[in-house]
Design a protein around this ligand. Structure first.
Ligand code: G3I
Length: 316
Protein backbone atom coordinates (compact mmCIF):
# COMPACT_ATOMS: atom_id res chain seq x y z
CA UNK A 1 0.00 0.00 0.00
CA UNK A 2 1.22 3.54 -0.66
CA UNK A 3 2.06 5.86 2.22
CA UNK A 4 1.33 9.58 2.23
CA UNK A 5 5.04 10.07 1.66
CA UNK A 6 5.35 7.71 -1.32
CA UNK A 7 2.19 9.05 -2.96
CA UNK A 8 3.17 12.71 -2.41
CA UNK A 9 6.77 12.21 -3.52
CA UNK A 10 5.48 10.79 -6.79
CA UNK A 11 3.70 14.14 -7.31
CA UNK A 12 6.71 16.26 -6.33
CA UNK A 13 4.97 17.35 -3.14
CA UNK A 14 6.19 17.41 0.45
CA UNK A 15 3.67 16.06 2.96
CA UNK A 16 3.93 16.16 6.71
CA UNK A 17 2.76 17.43 10.03
CA UNK A 18 3.52 19.50 13.09
CA UNK A 19 5.24 17.44 15.78
CA UNK A 20 5.70 17.83 19.52
CA UNK A 21 7.98 16.26 22.11
CA UNK A 22 5.80 13.13 21.80
CA UNK A 23 8.31 12.25 19.08
CA UNK A 24 10.66 11.23 21.90
CA UNK A 25 8.09 9.55 24.16
CA UNK A 26 9.13 5.90 24.53
CA UNK A 27 5.70 5.09 25.93
CA UNK A 28 4.06 6.28 22.69
CA UNK A 29 6.21 4.68 19.93
CA UNK A 30 3.39 4.81 17.37
CA UNK A 31 3.73 8.60 17.26
CA UNK A 32 7.31 8.60 15.96
CA UNK A 33 6.70 5.51 13.83
CA UNK A 34 3.76 7.17 12.09
CA UNK A 35 5.74 10.35 11.40
CA UNK A 36 8.76 8.45 10.04
CA UNK A 37 6.61 6.21 7.84
CA UNK A 38 4.11 8.71 6.46
CA UNK A 39 5.73 12.18 6.38
CA UNK A 40 8.47 13.79 4.32
CA UNK A 41 8.50 17.10 6.23
CA UNK A 42 7.94 18.09 9.86
CA UNK A 43 7.35 21.34 11.73
CA UNK A 44 8.05 21.73 15.43
CA UNK A 45 4.58 22.72 16.66
CA UNK A 46 5.93 25.04 19.35
CA UNK A 47 9.68 24.45 19.67
CA UNK A 48 10.89 27.13 17.24
CA UNK A 49 8.67 29.97 18.40
CA UNK A 50 10.33 33.09 19.79
CA UNK A 51 9.10 32.31 23.32
CA UNK A 52 10.67 28.85 23.14
CA UNK A 53 14.01 29.91 21.64
CA UNK A 54 14.67 33.29 23.25
CA UNK A 55 12.53 33.58 26.39
CA UNK A 56 15.19 35.88 27.84
CA UNK A 57 16.73 38.54 25.62
CA UNK A 58 19.76 37.24 23.75
CA UNK A 59 19.77 33.94 25.67
CA UNK A 60 18.99 31.19 23.19
CA UNK A 61 17.67 27.73 24.16
CA UNK A 62 17.65 25.29 21.28
CA UNK A 63 16.97 22.01 23.13
CA UNK A 64 13.67 20.76 21.70
CA UNK A 65 14.21 22.43 18.33
CA UNK A 66 17.62 20.83 17.85
CA UNK A 67 16.26 17.44 18.89
CA UNK A 68 13.44 17.65 16.34
CA UNK A 69 15.82 18.76 13.59
CA UNK A 70 18.30 15.96 14.38
CA UNK A 71 15.52 13.35 14.49
CA UNK A 72 14.13 14.50 11.14
CA UNK A 73 17.50 14.91 9.44
CA UNK A 74 18.60 11.40 10.45
CA UNK A 75 15.48 10.00 8.81
CA UNK A 76 15.66 12.05 5.64
CA UNK A 77 12.74 14.33 6.49
CA UNK A 78 12.78 18.05 5.70
CA UNK A 79 12.03 20.66 8.37
CA UNK A 80 9.86 23.78 8.05
CA UNK A 81 10.94 26.45 10.51
CA UNK A 82 7.95 27.99 12.33
CA UNK A 83 7.99 30.87 13.10
CA UNK A 84 10.44 33.77 13.40
CA UNK A 85 8.10 36.72 13.94
CA UNK A 86 4.64 36.13 15.44
CA UNK A 87 3.05 38.48 17.98
CA UNK A 88 1.36 35.57 19.80
CA UNK A 89 4.65 33.85 20.58
CA UNK A 90 6.66 36.93 21.55
CA UNK A 91 7.94 36.67 25.14
CA UNK A 92 7.07 39.33 27.71
CA UNK A 93 10.40 41.12 27.29
CA UNK A 94 9.59 41.86 23.65
CA UNK A 95 6.27 43.44 24.65
CA UNK A 96 8.18 45.57 27.16
CA UNK A 97 10.55 47.16 24.60
CA UNK A 98 10.03 50.91 24.38
CA UNK A 99 11.56 52.37 21.22
CA UNK A 100 11.36 51.51 17.51
CA UNK A 101 15.13 51.10 17.47
CA UNK A 102 15.08 48.61 20.36
CA UNK A 103 12.33 46.64 18.64
CA UNK A 104 14.14 46.57 15.30
CA UNK A 105 17.37 45.38 16.92
CA UNK A 106 15.52 42.69 18.84
CA UNK A 107 13.81 41.38 15.69
CA UNK A 108 17.02 41.56 13.70
CA UNK A 109 19.03 39.74 16.37
CA UNK A 110 16.41 37.03 16.85
CA UNK A 111 16.14 36.30 13.13
CA UNK A 112 19.89 36.40 12.55
CA UNK A 113 20.74 34.16 15.49
CA UNK A 114 18.04 31.59 14.81
CA UNK A 115 18.43 31.31 11.04
CA UNK A 116 22.21 31.12 11.41
CA UNK A 117 21.99 28.50 14.17
CA UNK A 118 20.02 26.03 12.04
CA UNK A 119 21.89 26.90 8.85
CA UNK A 120 21.41 24.34 6.05
CA UNK A 121 19.32 22.03 8.27
CA UNK A 122 16.31 24.36 8.03
CA UNK A 123 15.94 25.72 4.53
CA UNK A 124 12.29 26.84 4.81
CA UNK A 125 11.09 29.50 7.26
CA UNK A 126 7.79 31.08 8.14
CA UNK A 127 9.39 34.49 8.56
CA UNK A 128 6.29 36.43 9.55
CA UNK A 129 3.11 34.80 10.83
CA UNK A 130 -0.40 36.29 11.09
CA UNK A 131 0.55 39.96 10.66
CA UNK A 132 -2.71 40.86 8.90
CA UNK A 133 -5.65 41.76 11.16
CA UNK A 134 -9.18 40.35 10.90
CA UNK A 135 -10.76 43.79 11.33
CA UNK A 136 -12.46 45.54 8.38
CA UNK A 137 -9.98 46.51 5.68
CA UNK A 138 -7.51 44.00 7.14
CA UNK A 139 -4.71 46.40 8.06
CA UNK A 140 -1.53 45.14 9.74
CA UNK A 141 -2.33 44.20 13.33
CA UNK A 142 -2.31 47.10 15.75
CA UNK A 143 -2.12 44.69 18.73
CA UNK A 144 1.28 43.36 17.66
CA UNK A 145 4.35 44.48 19.59
CA UNK A 146 6.19 44.50 16.27
CA UNK A 147 4.14 47.48 15.04
CA UNK A 148 6.51 49.59 17.15
CA UNK A 149 9.33 48.66 14.75
CA UNK A 150 7.73 50.67 11.93
CA UNK A 151 5.42 49.73 9.08
CA UNK A 152 8.28 48.25 7.07
CA UNK A 153 9.17 45.65 9.72
CA UNK A 154 7.86 42.79 7.53
CA UNK A 155 10.11 43.76 4.62
CA UNK A 156 13.02 44.11 7.03
CA UNK A 157 12.36 40.71 8.63
CA UNK A 158 12.56 38.98 5.24
CA UNK A 159 15.73 40.86 4.32
CA UNK A 160 17.39 39.88 7.62
CA UNK A 161 16.39 36.24 7.19
CA UNK A 162 17.74 36.27 3.64
CA UNK A 163 21.02 37.82 4.80
CA UNK A 164 21.43 35.05 7.41
CA UNK A 165 20.76 32.25 4.89
CA UNK A 166 20.58 33.45 1.27
CA UNK A 167 19.50 30.00 0.05
CA UNK A 168 16.58 29.62 2.49
CA UNK A 169 13.00 29.67 1.23
CA UNK A 170 11.05 32.40 3.03
CA UNK A 171 7.27 32.43 3.57
CA UNK A 172 4.57 34.73 4.84
CA UNK A 173 2.06 32.51 6.72
CA UNK A 174 -1.53 33.25 7.74
CA UNK A 175 -4.99 31.78 8.39
CA UNK A 176 -8.35 32.62 6.86
CA UNK A 177 -6.80 33.59 3.52
CA UNK A 178 -7.46 30.26 1.79
CA UNK A 179 -10.43 31.41 -0.27
CA UNK A 180 -11.16 34.63 -2.14
CA UNK A 181 -12.07 37.12 0.59
CA UNK A 182 -11.08 40.41 2.16
CA UNK A 183 -8.25 38.86 4.14
CA UNK A 184 -6.71 37.07 1.16
CA UNK A 185 -7.00 40.36 -0.79
CA UNK A 186 -4.96 42.02 1.98
CA UNK A 187 -2.35 39.25 2.01
CA UNK A 188 -2.18 39.44 -1.78
CA UNK A 189 -1.61 43.21 -1.67
CA UNK A 190 1.01 42.77 1.06
CA UNK A 191 3.13 40.24 -0.82
CA UNK A 192 2.66 41.95 -4.17
CA UNK A 193 4.05 45.11 -2.61
CA UNK A 194 6.94 43.17 -1.13
CA UNK A 195 7.83 41.76 -4.55
CA UNK A 196 7.65 45.25 -6.07
CA UNK A 197 10.09 46.48 -3.41
CA UNK A 198 12.49 43.63 -4.13
CA UNK A 199 11.89 41.87 -0.79
CA UNK A 200 13.17 38.26 -0.86
CA UNK A 201 9.93 36.30 -0.34
CA UNK A 202 9.55 32.77 -1.74
CA UNK A 203 5.93 32.09 -1.06
CA UNK A 204 2.81 32.16 1.04
CA UNK A 205 1.72 29.58 3.60
CA UNK A 206 -2.02 29.08 3.88
CA UNK A 207 -2.67 27.60 7.31
CA UNK A 208 -6.02 25.98 6.40
CA UNK A 209 -7.53 25.49 9.86
CA UNK A 210 -11.03 24.72 8.61
CA UNK A 211 -14.05 22.60 9.50
CA UNK A 212 -15.90 19.93 7.59
CA UNK A 213 -18.39 22.45 6.14
CA UNK A 214 -15.49 24.12 4.29
CA UNK A 215 -15.94 24.20 0.51
CA UNK A 216 -12.87 24.51 -1.68
CA UNK A 217 -15.15 25.21 -4.64
CA UNK A 218 -17.48 27.60 -2.80
CA UNK A 219 -14.66 29.73 -1.36
CA UNK A 220 -12.81 30.11 -4.65
CA UNK A 221 -9.73 28.59 -3.09
CA UNK A 222 -8.17 27.30 -6.32
CA UNK A 223 -8.52 30.70 -8.01
CA UNK A 224 -7.08 32.36 -4.93
CA UNK A 225 -4.04 30.10 -4.73
CA UNK A 226 -3.48 30.54 -8.46
CA UNK A 227 -3.32 34.34 -8.20
CA UNK A 228 -0.44 34.01 -5.74
CA UNK A 229 1.26 31.52 -8.08
CA UNK A 230 0.79 34.04 -10.91
CA UNK A 231 2.90 36.51 -8.92
CA UNK A 232 5.71 33.96 -9.18
CA UNK A 233 5.30 32.90 -5.55
CA UNK A 234 5.25 29.38 -4.16
CA UNK A 235 2.18 28.18 -2.26
CA UNK A 236 2.02 25.72 0.66
CA UNK A 237 -0.81 24.49 2.89
CA UNK A 238 0.98 24.73 6.21
CA UNK A 239 -1.29 23.86 9.15
CA UNK A 240 -4.15 21.82 7.73
CA UNK A 241 -6.82 20.45 10.03
CA UNK A 242 -10.52 19.85 9.37
CA UNK A 243 -12.72 19.63 12.47
CA UNK A 244 -15.84 17.46 12.63
CA UNK A 245 -19.25 18.88 13.61
CA UNK A 246 -20.48 18.55 17.21
CA UNK A 247 -22.24 15.30 16.28
CA UNK A 248 -18.77 13.75 16.22
CA UNK A 249 -17.13 10.85 14.44
CA UNK A 250 -20.17 9.44 12.64
CA UNK A 251 -19.50 7.65 9.35
CA UNK A 252 -21.16 10.49 7.44
CA UNK A 253 -19.10 13.16 9.20
CA UNK A 254 -15.87 11.26 8.65
CA UNK A 255 -16.73 10.95 4.94
CA UNK A 256 -17.39 14.68 4.72
CA UNK A 257 -14.05 15.35 6.42
CA UNK A 258 -12.34 13.02 3.94
CA UNK A 259 -13.91 14.91 1.05
CA UNK A 260 -12.62 18.24 2.36
CA UNK A 261 -9.10 16.83 2.70
CA UNK A 262 -9.33 15.37 -0.81
CA UNK A 263 -10.48 18.71 -2.26
CA UNK A 264 -7.77 20.66 -0.39
CA UNK A 265 -4.98 18.44 -1.67
CA UNK A 266 -6.42 18.43 -5.19
CA UNK A 267 -6.59 22.26 -5.20
CA UNK A 268 -3.02 22.45 -3.95
CA UNK A 269 -1.79 20.04 -6.64
CA UNK A 270 -3.73 21.88 -9.34
CA UNK A 271 -1.69 25.04 -8.72
CA UNK A 272 1.57 23.10 -8.30
CA UNK A 273 1.95 23.92 -4.63
CA UNK A 274 5.02 22.46 -2.92
CA UNK A 275 3.84 21.15 0.46
CA UNK A 276 0.83 20.04 2.49
CA UNK A 277 1.41 19.99 6.25
CA UNK A 278 -1.22 18.88 8.79
CA UNK A 279 -1.26 20.57 12.19
CA UNK A 280 -0.41 17.51 14.27
CA UNK A 281 -0.19 13.76 13.81
CA UNK A 282 -3.12 11.96 15.46
CA UNK A 283 -6.41 13.40 16.70
CA UNK A 284 -5.54 12.98 20.37
CA UNK A 285 -2.49 15.26 20.07
CA UNK A 286 -4.20 18.02 18.09
CA UNK A 287 -4.63 21.54 19.50
CA UNK A 288 -8.29 20.99 18.48
CA UNK A 289 -8.49 17.36 19.60
CA UNK A 290 -12.24 17.66 20.32
CA UNK A 291 -12.87 18.16 16.61
CA UNK A 292 -10.86 15.05 15.65
CA UNK A 293 -9.37 17.01 12.78
CA UNK A 294 -6.42 14.93 11.53
CA UNK A 295 -5.63 11.95 9.30
CA UNK A 296 -4.94 9.44 12.09
CA UNK A 297 -7.29 8.66 14.99
CA UNK A 298 -6.36 8.56 18.68
CA UNK A 299 -4.86 5.07 18.17
CA UNK A 300 -2.99 6.05 14.99
CA UNK A 301 -5.39 4.17 12.73
CA UNK A 302 -5.84 5.69 9.27
CA UNK A 303 -9.13 7.57 9.02
CA UNK A 304 -11.26 8.02 5.88
CA UNK A 305 -9.49 11.41 5.58
CA UNK A 306 -6.23 9.53 5.02
CA UNK A 307 -7.84 7.78 2.07
CA UNK A 308 -9.07 11.14 0.80
CA UNK A 309 -5.53 12.52 0.72
CA UNK A 310 -4.12 9.39 -0.94
CA UNK A 311 -6.93 9.52 -3.47
CA UNK A 312 -6.16 13.13 -4.39
CA UNK A 313 -2.45 12.35 -4.64
CA UNK A 314 -3.21 9.45 -6.97
CA UNK A 315 -5.55 11.61 -9.06
CA UNK A 316 -8.64 9.66 -8.07
O1 G3I B 1 3.99 23.12 27.53
C1 G3I B 1 3.33 24.04 28.42
C2 G3I B 1 3.10 23.40 29.75
O2 G3I B 1 4.33 23.13 30.35
C3 G3I B 1 2.27 24.36 30.60
O3 G3I B 1 1.97 23.78 31.84
C4 G3I B 1 0.99 24.73 29.89
C5 G3I B 1 0.15 25.73 30.67
O4 G3I B 1 -0.50 26.64 29.84
O5 G3I B 1 1.30 25.31 28.67
C6 G3I B 1 2.02 24.45 27.80
O6 G3I B 1 2.32 25.17 26.62
C7 G3I B 1 1.26 25.35 25.73
C8 G3I B 1 1.71 24.79 24.39
O7 G3I B 1 0.73 25.06 23.42
C9 G3I B 1 1.95 23.28 24.44
O8 G3I B 1 0.74 22.61 24.68
C10 G3I B 1 0.97 26.84 25.61
O9 G3I B 1 0.42 27.31 26.81
C11 G3I B 1 0.00 27.08 24.48
O10 G3I B 1 -0.13 28.47 24.28
C12 G3I B 1 0.54 26.45 23.22
O11 G3I B 1 -0.42 26.62 22.19
C13 G3I B 1 0.09 26.54 20.89
C14 G3I B 1 -0.32 27.81 20.13
O12 G3I B 1 0.05 27.69 18.78
C15 G3I B 1 0.35 29.05 20.71
O13 G3I B 1 1.73 29.04 20.48
C16 G3I B 1 -0.49 25.30 20.22
O14 G3I B 1 0.05 24.13 20.83
C17 G3I B 1 -0.17 25.31 18.74
O15 G3I B 1 -0.85 24.25 18.10
C18 G3I B 1 -0.60 26.62 18.13
O16 G3I B 1 -0.23 26.61 16.76
C19 G3I B 1 -0.61 27.77 16.03
C20 G3I B 1 0.48 28.05 15.03
O17 G3I B 1 1.72 28.17 15.68
C21 G3I B 1 0.16 29.31 14.22
N1 G3I B 1 -1.14 29.22 13.61
C22 G3I B 1 -2.24 28.87 14.49
C23 G3I B 1 -1.93 27.59 15.27
C24 G3I B 1 -3.09 27.19 16.16
O18 G3I B 1 -3.33 28.15 17.14
Amino acid sequence: APTLKSAATARGLLIGGAVSASLFDDLDPDYADTVAREFSVVVSENGMKWKALEGTQNVFAYGLADAVVAWATQRGLAVRGHTLVWHDSAPAWVYALKTPQEMRSAIRNHITQVVTHFGPKVMTWDVVNEAVADTPGHPLRANSPFALAGSDYIDAAFRWAHAANPAARLYYNDYGAEGLNGKSDAVYALVKGMLARGVPITGVGFQTHVDSTFSVEGTGMRTNLQRFRDLGLDVQLTEVDVTLPASGATPANLERQAQVYRDLVAACLSVRCSAVVTWGVNDASSWRSGGRPLLFDDDYAKKPAYGGVIGALQGR
